[in-house]
Ligand binder design. Structure first.
Ligand code: ADP
Ligand code: ZN
Length: 731
């Protein structure tokens, strides 16, 4: 897309891509002073002013006399060709209209506002004649950090002096006071600080990653290693190499709760804090990060998937940690998988990608098998830690009291840990008190008024919550259907109910319940996790939040309450997800010197997936799973897309689905098949009915092109909406 011309004089025609839902760029005249391709601009659109990016020379196919000038060029570095190119390719791949794609890349608050100013302080002239300890400390800090400038507050903290000492030095000319834009660069990172002493395995993997980076060629490496094997230590070496080359690195984490701990590790390794980008970061900070990334004033960014759309000046490396994690798939608005988009962005930027996981996605495993990705393995856990032993508890043989879920065998194992002063984790992937609330008088189950989902009792909050739409209401005392009082009863366990059972079974134990809805902020959660790691709990009761990446050195037992939970339903990815989750949870046990044990409560111990989990024969599992997917022609051996149609009128939704399914000539032309329409995995959300068509095509088929042609004539009526989901999570 390299434009034949990138600089425009006043009055020249330029094409502007706006963030408004229009299906093409619009022509404008370059403003006074001209503009360049990539400039962020404000343009008039009807009576409004909207944000846009100069995309290249104008097309000139409008009535030239009516073309209006650009209002102004915003004060921001122009969007680089690399990012424009990435957005274009990502839009093509995900079949997302360009304006929606551009909105992902322009989420900088206050973009275009003039920078606000503040006072900063840096080294000035000669030291004053009369020196004091306090004065000396200030000058030492400024000396140590070379040319860096600090705010008054920062400098007084770092030197441990009052602000008046600094003001005094300003008067004497030893410190210089300047006006500066608020957006200060991040402190520089030092890639030459020593790493931990790596094991032989780790050192070999780190050397390979460094070598890949130095080659300067784009490419992807799958870094596979059991939990606790030191993947993070290893990829930190790739970050070091990237920094030494003067390039920027992006580390994606699947969970905001993990960032705080990770940032501490980066700081320990490189001597300075990286930039942090996710929904919990303040607007002012985001604005600063966005600008600094563009200027190279931020070298390492740690963030959520949206960080993929930041305007890096020279991106050298993207790490996708826990690359198998399904939260990398954005399921709202623009539907994309951050792992795949990372590979796409790196390809255009000439950067390297490292996909790290103990339990890779089948996609990445297959790409490594096919030789498309390099693969590095860390086989052993670091230090004395060994992988936990895994065993099934056959629930058919266990005698349980009604409405209890901790089997006698599991109780015994927990008791033994309590006596040894070690921690246990009880894992159940269900938030709330009970998944179902039923009326014992009439059999009514309380559902959400707006969704095809049950309301889940959250007893700690004394409310019912819909996990689809977030709707909440107070826990009723009478049945909303029959009006009988006192007959509503919980059915099945959620994490809160399990905690109740554990409290009764182990009255002497200190319990900690970890579930995303029980913590107001990422900080509160981080503190809780640190407390647990330090030994402040005997039994941890958690949802999948605890399965991800946390380090609990005293934890030696993992009890999975319902290992069969993920195997229900017809989703072809169920086996893969259960395998990953179970191995991941089990990996929480025995991370330090103490050996771990994982016990899986199951009613089907002979199920092939359960057997594979227990035996730990990963390669065997992947090969069997791959063979099944190959036979079914589904990803990663075939291509799929989902078309989700939604609307308030169910008949209209189905009519459109059926019409599309009948008129499938463009799809048949590439040998693709359409299945459905059928109710979508969540059939009603917020009062809107949802149906889905699934499209299956051969691996190399031009699926996106065919879908575009198929949907081109479509005009949506009323409140009907249609979303295309390339590579859906469930099929
Ligand atoms: P992973 O990312 O594979 O789960 P980590 O990199 O988090 O593993 O390592 C697990 C723990 O072991 C961490 O506390 C880490 O600091 C420690 N560790 C790993 N390798 C080394 C090493 N070579 N020297 C010292 N500590 C190490
Ligand atoms: Zn709902």
């Amino acid at each position: 897309m390299a434009a034949e011309r990138d600089m425009f004089d006043q009055g020249d025609l330029v094409a502007v891509q706006t963030t408004q839902p229009l299906d093409r760029t619009l022509d404008y005249r370059a403003p006074e002073g001209g503009c360049v391709t990539g400039d962020f601009v404000e343009v008039p659109l009807g009576p409004r002013k909207v944000l846009g990016v100069v995309w290249g020379p104008g097309r000139g196919d409008f009535d030239r006399s009516k073309i209006r000038p650009v209002n102004r060029v915003l004060d921001a570095a122009p969007m680089r060709e690399e990012l424009r190119h990435f957005l274009t390719r990502a839009a093509d791949y995900t079949l997302t209209p360009m304006p929606a794609m551009l909105r992902l890349a322009t989420r900088a608050p206050g973009l275009g506002d003039p920078p606000s100013m503040r006072k900063i302080y840096r080294k000035g002239g000669a030291a004053p004649d009369r020196m004091t300890d306090a004065r000396r400390r200030v000058l030492e800090v400024l000396e140590e950090y070379g040319g860096l400038a600090f705010t008054l507050h920062e400098l007084s903290e770092m030197a441990g002096v009052t602000t008046s000492v600094i003001k005094g030095l300003v008067k004497l000319g030893a410190v210089r006071e300047e006006d500066s834009p608020r957006d200060l660069p991040f402190p520089p990172m030092d890639p030459s600080l020593p790493s931990k002493e790596l094991t032989e395995d780790q050192a070999a993997a780190a050397a390979a990653l460094r070598e890949h980076l130095r080659s300067g060629r784009y490419g992807t490496t799958l870094l596979k290693g059991v939990t606790g094997s030191g993947k993070t230590e290893v990829y930190m070496e790739a970050v070091a190499e990237c920094l030494a080359m003067g390039k920027q690195a992006l580390v994606l984490l699947p969970e905001i709760a993990l960032t705080a701990g990770f940032i501490t590790r980066v700081e320990a390794r490189f001597g300075a804090r990286p930039a942090e980008w996710h929904s919990g970061v303040t607007m002012t900070e985001r604005r600063r990060i966005w600008r600094m990334i563009g200027q190279g004033g931020a070298q390492v960014v740690v963030g959520a998937r949206s960080a993929l759309f930041l305007p890096f000046r020279e991106l050298g490396l993207i790490i996708v940690d826990e690359e198998h994690d399904s939260s990398y798939k954005q399921e709202d608005g623009v539907l994309y998988n951050a792992r795949d988009m990372a590979v796409l962005r790196a390809a255009g930027a000439g950067a390297r990608v490292v996909l790290a996981s103990a339990t890779p996605s089948l996609e990445s495993w297959a790409n490594a098998e096919a030789g498309k990705y390099d693969r590095l393995d860390l086989k052993a856990r670091f230090g004395a830690a060994v992988l936990p032993e895994m065993r099934a508890i056959d629930m058919r043989a266990e005698k349980l009291q009604p409405s209890t879920w901790i089997s006698p065998s599991l109780r015994q194992a927990v008791r033994a840990r309590l006596e040894a002063g070690e921690q246990s984790l009880l894992f159940l992937n269900r938030r709330g008190y009970a998944p179902v609330t039923i009326c014992r008088a009439c059999g009514h189950q309380i559902g959400c008024d707006h969704c095809d989902a049950r309301m889940v009792e959250h007893r700690f909050q004394n409310r019912l919550i819909c996990h689809q739409c977030g709707e909440t209401k107070p826990m009723p005392t009478v049945c909303p259907s029959c009006g009988v009082e006192g007959k509503l009863a919980p059915v099945g366990p959620g994490i809160e109910r399990l905690a109740e059972e554990a409290a009764a079974a182990f009255p002497e134990a200190r319990l900690a319940v970890l579930s995303s809805d029980l913590f107001g902020s990422a900080r509160a959660l981080k503190e809780k996790i640190e407390e647990i790691a330090a030994g402040a709990a005997d039994i941890v009761i958690g949802t999948q939040l605890v399965a991800k990446g946390h380090n609990f050195p005293l934890l030696t037992l993992v009890g999975v309450i319902d290992a069969d939970l993920g195997l229900q339903g017809s989703d072809l990815r169920a086996a893969e997800h259960t395998f990953q989750l179970m191995r991941q949870v089990a990996g929480r046990a025995g991370r330090a010197e103490l050996p771990g044990l994982a016990l899986l409560q199951t009613f089907q111990p002979e199920h092939p997936v359960i057997r594979a989990i227990l035996s730990g024969d990963e390669e065997g599992f992947w090969r069997a799973e791959a063979a099944e997917r190959q036979a079914a022609g589904v990803p990663p051996y075939g291509r799929m897309a989902g078309i989700v149609i939604s609307g308030s009128d169910l008949a209209a939704v189905f009519d459109l689905g059926n019409a599309l399914a009948r008129n499938d000539a463009p799809l048949r032309a590439i040998g693709a098949q359409v299945f459905g329409p059928a109710p979508a995995p969540i059939a009603r959300v917020r009062g809107r009915h949802r149906i889905r068509l699934l499209i299956k095509a051969a691996k190399g088929a031009p699926l996106q092109e065919a879908i575009s042609r198929w949907l081109a004539p479509l005009r949506l009526k009323g409140d009907l909406r249609l979303a295309v989901d390339i590579d859906p999570q469930s099929f």
